[in-house]
Design a binder for this molecule. Structure first.
Ligand code: NAD
Ligand code: K
Ligand code: MN
Length: 362
């Protein structure tokens, strides 16, 4: 029996509601499996930890989770602490500390969910957005001078390296090749950003030569927002910079029905460090502590975690259970127009997951 060691980091807000829900699903899965189990360790990092210790996570925190097989994360963001402090002090510290340079965001319309687009069914919207997750606009380099004075100036420098762009392009082309349509759209803004983005385009062209079986095109980021809405079926795999993909993937999640459903993986494709899986949403201050959080984004993140561990069959089981849950409107939370609570959805999900495996074993 294999044991996977999982770090859970709920963080703040509804992260504290959806991560335990995701853990319950993994426990239900393990209880019905004869080939693997999980060993969880929970880390109480986040806003409360900050109030007590002055930091979002301890300095030696990365060492405490370095030898885990994967991390299940909730959200960093507290109503009483500036967002840049919570983000850089926790989530980005882990992403950058473990060089999780590929952020992968699958998007599709699940059964039972009505997206806002007319005439757009499940077959018309099936994307994976690859976000560069280690540099670019979120490099953290910059500063402010003459703070508060009329002559104040501030910079956030976007740094792109050849090595950084080459590895994310190669990752995206490889992912596109693994999908049936073998189609990649490279998002750019090289008309206005005439240095780094021009290099980005050149590297895309260069790497494409390694993947002659992948069809690819290039699109300016502003135009791509319109394309996502007007011609969703023309897209499949998408690669974009840290900032552009951050924005496009929230749009993608909304087009697929709700921010509460969308998952993501912060992945170290070389498996040098643990990868981290999380719903794409944040702390959702407006609904926290009320049992209204949709846990489906976390369940889907659990699917990605299982895929990353190589547990493909278990991942498929959990995905099938998710699709049964979303197909049942009585299990829709308020963001989907329903009345179900986080706990009700989680309970239904756990019994489906356990039952599915038992049937398989019988
Ligand atoms: P948000 O994702 O927290 O919320 C946006 C809207 O979507 C809210 O109306 C919220 O109620 C709704 N929503 C989000 N997730 C939902 C779910 N699972 N079920 C039902 N409704 C859901 O984004 P925000 O309001 O911009 O940010 C709030 C805080 O979260 C900020 O501090 C921000 O920095 C942080 N944040 C963190 C992450 C992360 O840790 N990865 C990501 C985004 C935002
Ligand atoms: K999150
Ligand atoms: Mn975001």
């Amino acid at each position: 029996m294999k044991t996977y060691r999982i770090a859970t980091i709920p963080g703040d807000g509804i992260g504290k509601e959806v991560v335990p829900a995701g853990q319950e699903v993994l426990e239900a899965l393990a209880s019905a499996s004869s080939t693997f189990k999980f060993e969880f360790e929970n880390f109480d990092w986040g806003g409360d930890y900050f109030r007590e210790h002055g930091v979002m996570m301890p300095d030696e925190g990365l060492n405490a989770i370095r030898d885990k097989d994967a991390i299940l994360f909730g959200s960093a963001g507290d109503p009483h602490i500036p967002d840049h402090v919570t983000l850089w002090g926790l989530r980005l510290k882990i992403c950058q500390g473990f060089d999780q340079y590929a952020n992968v965001r699958p998007t599709r319309i699940l059964p039972g969910i009505d997206g806002p687009l007319k005439r757009c069914g499940p077959d018309d919207l099936n994307w994976v957005i690859v976000r560069e997750n280690s540099e670019g606009e979120y490099s953290g380099v910059g500063g402010r001078v003459h703070q508060g004075h009329p002559i104040e100036a501030a910079t956030d420098v976007s740094i792109m390296t050849r090595a950084g762009v080459e590895r994310i392009m190669r990752f995206a082309f490889r992912l596109a090749r693994s999908r049936p349509r073998k189609l990649l759209t490279v998002i750019t803004k090289s008309n206005a950003q005439r240095h780094a983005m021009v290099m980005w385009d050149e590297i895309a062209r260069q790497i494409s030569k390694e993947f002659p079986d992948v069809t690819w095109d290039k699109e300016l980021v502003d135009a791509s927002t319109a394309r996502m809405i007007n011609h969703p079926a023309s897209l499949d795999t998408i690669v974009a910079t840290n900032l552009h993909a951050d924005i496009l993937s929230d749009l993608a999640a909304a087009l697929a029905g709700s921010l509460g459903i969308a998952p993501t993986g912060n992945i170290d494709p070389e498996h040098r460090y643990p990868s981290m899986f999380e719903p794409i949403h944040g702390s959702a201050f407006d609904i926290m502590g009320k049992g209204l959080a949709n846990p489906v984004g976390t369940f889907w993140s659990v699917v990605m975690l299982l895929e990353h561990l190589g547990e493909t069959e278990a991942a498929q089981h959990v995905m099938q259970a998710i699709e049964k849950v979303t197909a049942d409107k009585s299990l829709h939370t308020r963001d989907l127009g329903g009345k179900a609570t986080t706990a009700e959805v989680t309970k239904a999900m756990c019994s489906l997951v356990a039952a599915g495996l038992q049937r398989k074993a019988a």
